[in-house]
Design a binder for this molecule. Structure first.
Ligand SMILES: NC(=O)c1ccc[n+]([C@@H]2O[C@H](COP(=O)([O-])OP(=O)(O)OC[C@H]3O[C@@H](n4cnc5c(N)ncnc54)[C@H](O)[C@@H]3O)[C@@H](O)[C@H]2O)c1
Length: 394
């Protein structure tokens, strides 16, 4: 089980210090910091900012005691200093840096200052984790949320593409940051570590986008039990694990800040709303995801955690459909699935014609639905179609 200092104490500190704008927080356990005895020792460390505010909390391993002690001490500290501390030293445990943005956290922990842009966007300084964020819908979602000022955690099985995505976002020189953490969403321990890495790096979690998903089509004759189990593990169980471990941190936050809403958002599919011929392993997992969404929504609303699914139509421009070697367009062309189709363009036109809007779903269409869900306080347990009219609710 992950250290409760990470799942409970750090998110609480973020909320307790977010008296004006929402803060970000970083937990640093470098050995020189764990060994610090008192404020004087800490100020002697070269990178600690001159004149910064420091609060020291005595060593204890019990998170409830730490939190009780902290709540009283923080309130006294901020009343007498008319501000919040820049650092909280949990003696023998580590140092917590507190700032208005992720870049300022870097500086508080030793990075050299540079000129960066502060983005005043729709999700400014929120901490948003995107599973499967290395490419496809997830990559595009991470990119657009970062552009709107979010601190984005890209969590993916593919370390190379995920790290490259985070580096590319950070090269925009903004005060909000992207951070990569590896994950296999179908493994409980891995998901727990992903959430812990997020909290250590940014201090909490405002929204998790459960987007990682796989598709292996096939009818009953072709589908093996192993492939069915793999798809269920990633698409269905993975969503449960993300909600389970994310909600621990979200609950810790809502306990320490009144009316602080957070979001669990599943990227579902139009196949979660209507059966999909010879694609039941995918459709079944996605239908099940909506059952989870409705049930989590009832359980978590008292904690101000909204839970919604977004059900996109086909993302024709993404790798699943457009990859020149493995994409569905090429596969369907080779398999002769579209009668009379000679080129990829013919296959694409066939599928586009099934959408009243005449085109496939794009990342921006999904991100607009994400903004709606995050900005709305009075909506939970929904499955929101973003299908250009291909699926209509009844
Ligand atoms: N592409 C579409 O047409 C479409 C339409 C509707 C819904 N969706 C849904 O959108 C989501 C993303 O789909 P996409 O088409 O962008 O997929 P994609 O294959 O382009 O990207 C998926 C990402 O998830 C990662 N991933 C796969 N298994 C993982 C695991 N076990 N743990 C962590 N990461 C894992 C991959 O490495 C990859 O980076 C899926 O949930 C999918 O069902 C896709």
């Amino acid at each position: 089980m992950t250290n409760p200092i990470i799942t409970r104490v750090i998110p609480a500190i973020r909320m307790l210090t977010s008296t004006a704008a929402i803060k970000v927080v970083r937990f640093d356990q470098r050995s020189e910091l764990v060994a610090v005895e008192d404020e004087e020792d800490l100020r002697a460390i070269s990178f600690i900012k001159k004149g910064s505010g420091i609060l020291v909390v005595d060593e204890t391993i019990d998170p409830t005691e730490i939190l009780d002690d902290l709540t009283v001490k923080l309130s006294a500290w901020s009343t007498s200093n008319n501000n919040q501390p820049d650092y909280i030293l949990l003696k023998g445990i580590g140092l917590i840096a507190i700032a208005d943005n992720a870049y300022d956290l870097d500086v508080l922990l030793g990075a050299s200052p540079k000129e960066l842009k502060n983005i005043n966007g729709r999700v400014q300084q929120k901490i948003i984790l995107v599973t499967g964020g290395a490419q496809g819908f997830g990559g595009g979602i991470a990119e657009l949320l970062y552009a709107q000022g979010a601190n984005v955690v890209i969590a993916d099985l593919n370390e190379q593409t995920g790290t490259a995505m985070a580096d590319a976002l950070n090269s925009n020189n903004q005060t909000n940051q992207a951070f990569f953490t590896p994950v296999n969403v179908s493994n409980a321990e891995s998901v727990e570590l992903m959430i812990a890495a997020t909290v250590k790096h940014f201090g909490g979690l405002d929204a998790i986008i459960s987007n990682a998903g796989i598709l292996r089509a096939g009818g009953l004759d072709e589908m093996t039990p192993e492939t069915f189990a793999l798809m269920t593990d990633v698409n269905y169980n993975g969503y449960f694990l993300c909600a389970k471990y994310a909600s621990v941190v979200m609950k810790a936050q809502s306990k320490y800040k009144e009316n602080y809403f957070t979001d669990i958002i599943q990227i579902n599919s139009k196949s979660g709303l209507k059966g999909s011929n010879r694609n039941f392993a995918y459709a079944g997992g996605k239908f099940g995801g909506i059952g989870l969404t409705q049930s989590f929504a009832m359980e978590l609303m008292p904690n101000k955690i909204k839970v919604n699914s977004i059900c996109p139509g086909n993302f024709f421009e993404g790798p699943l459909w457009s990859d020149p070697e493995k994409g569905l367009f090429v596969q369907y062309l080779r398999a002769g699935k579209v009668p009379g189709a000679k080129e990829i363009e013919d296959v694409k036109a066939f599928y586009e014609a099934q959408v009243p809007a005449g085109r496939g779903c794009r990342v921006i269409d999904v991100v607009r639905a994400i903004f709606y869900v995050i900005e709305q306080e009075y909506e939970t347990g929904q499955a929101i179609p973003v299908t250009g009219g291909q699926n209509m609710l009844n």
